[in-house]
Structure formats: structure tokens, C-alpha cells
Design a protein around this ligand. Structure first.
Ligand code: PGA
Length: 250
């Protein structure tokens, strides 16, 4: 029913030549996919070079952030319509690194989510608890609060174009992953909250990705969980062979 979405978040890695080599390797291999979607989210500076290479392939293009206005005096920012014009179909919003290092709040992420949808981009809205919150038993309440804030005011129809990425912050880039059972428990809670924000049929249609040290050797058991519908992959998305193996989860 839900089509898995495997996404690579390249973060602040790679110039044009390395990016071109990576997407050429991915698009040459991933020609036979019928039951899953693939996405790469390179730095802004590569989008214009990579878009024509990905056109007509199975690999979609997305960005890692955006501003919520479509134009104006916002030095250094990129507008949603600019991303759309370059061929992006998705945009990652509220990644924990944006929340942690750039002060992004649920309210800001919510403005961005509305703007992304208004400009024909599918937002990948990131949520996740930090280690101290997990250790004190607050993981679910933190994630639910982030969902309510980030998704405020979106209609059920709009929510069907939203992807949620659950990324426990302590698992990002550390080699520590949530156990499949722990991740499933939060994913089920997220889906229940999505149903409360809309209705069960809408919640059942929404892709909920897991992120945080997803690798070739743990992707299969994560993807076997009923409410894990994809992965948002950082480090392992930078190597063609690793990302291809993740996309080809069994
Ligand atoms: P990681 O990053 O796979 O390197 O842990 C995931 C992410 O931050 O999206």
C-alpha cells in the first residue's frame, strides 16, 4: 500500500564532479525498480548540474533545506520555487542538524512545510529525540510535540504529500541505531498521531522513514517493521555501492 522511499541526505559533502559520478553510478544501476522510490538530496550547489542527469531516471532530486518565502531580502537563503524550477520534487525540513546548529523551531518548520506544499514540493519533515530525552523516557512525547508543531494547519490532503522522517538524534552519524523494535514503537506512535491530526486512511498512506546510521547490514531488519516505510540515509548514501544495497533492501 505504501511505496517505500529510500533517500540519501548528502549533507555538506561533494562538489560537482563527485556528485556527478555518484548519481551516474546510481542511475545506471537502479533501472529496474518497480516497488520503491529513490531520492538524493545533494547540496544546493549541485542541484543545477545533477537535475538534467537524473531527468527520466528512477532517482528523484531533493534539497536539504529552504526558506518559506518565495522571494525577498533574505541574504543567503533559497526559495521553494527556486528548488522546484531546478527539478526538485522533495525538500528535507527540520533536520536535527538544522534544529541544533541553526536554531530551527517547530514553528519555523511549519511555515516551511506550508510553503513547500504551496510550491509543489513534498516536505520530508524530520523529528527525533536527543539522548537525554530517550534516557528519561520522553522520546514519544518529544516526537509527538514536534509533529504537532511542524504539521499544524495542514489538511488531510496536504498531509498525504508529506513524508515524516523519524531520526533519533543520538543515532545520527554515530553508528548507533535504534533497535528495529524500538524504532517500530515510535513509528507506530507517529502514525497514531498522524491519524489524530487527520484520519486513519490518511495516516495509513503517509510514508514514515527511519534515519540514523542506516547501513547495508541493518536496513533489511529495519524495513521489515510494519510502520517503517523507508530510510533517510546520511553517511552510507555517499557511497554508490552502499546506497544501492540500501535501496535494494530485502
Ligand atoms: P547518518 O545520517 O545515516 O549518517 O546517521 C542520517 C541523517 O542525518 O539523515
Amino acid at each position: 500500500m505504501r511505496r517505500p522511499l529510500l533517500a540519501g541526505n548528502w549533507k555538506m559533502h561533494y562538489g560537482v564532479s563527485e556528485g556527478v559520478a555518484l548519481v551516474e553510478a546510481l542511475s545506471a544501476d537502479l533501472t529496474d525498480l518497480t516497488d520503491r522510490d529513490v531520492l538524493v538530496c545533494p547540496p544546493f550547489t549541485l542541484l543545477g548540474s545533477l537535475a538534467p542527469l537524473l531527468d527520466g531516471t528512477a532517482v528523484a532530486l531533493g534539497a536539504q533545506n529552504m526558506h518559506y518565502e518565495t522571494k525577498g531580502a533574505f541574504t543567503g537563503e533559497i526559495a521553494p520555487n527556486m528548488l522546484k524550477e531546478l527539478g526538485c520534487s522533495y525538500v528535507i525540513l527540520g533536520h536535527s542538524e538544522r534544529r541544533q546548529y541553526f536554531g530551527e523551531t517547530d514553528e519555523l518548520i511549519n511555515r516551511k512545510a506550508h510553503a513547500a506544499l504551496a510550491n509543489g514540493l513534498k516536505p520530508i519533515v524530520c523529528v527525533g529525540e536527543v539522548k537525554a530525552e530517550r534516557d528519561s523516557g520522553q522520546a514519544e512525547s518529544v516526537v509527538v510535540g514536534q509533529l504537532r508543531g511542524s504539521l499544524a494547519g495542514l489538511s488531510a490532503e496536504q498531509l498525504r504529500s508529506v513524508v515524516i522522517a523519524y531520526e533519533p538524534v543520538w543515532a545520527i552519524g554515530t553508528g548507533d541505531t535504534a533497535t528495529p523494535a524500538d524504532a517500530q514503537a515510535i513509528h507506530a506512535r507517529i502514525r497514531a498521531e498522524l491519524a489524530a491530526l487527520s484520519d486513519q486512511a490518511t495516516a495509513d498512506a503517509i510514508i514514515i522513514q527511519y534515519g540514523g546510521s542506516v547501513k547495508p547490514d541493518n536496513v533489511d531488519e529495519l524495513m521489515a517493521q510494519p510502520d517503517i516505510d523507508g530510510a533517510l540515509v546520511g553517511g552510507a548514501s555517499l557511497k554508490a555501492a552502499d546506497f544501492i544495497r540500501i535501496v535494494r533492501f530485502k
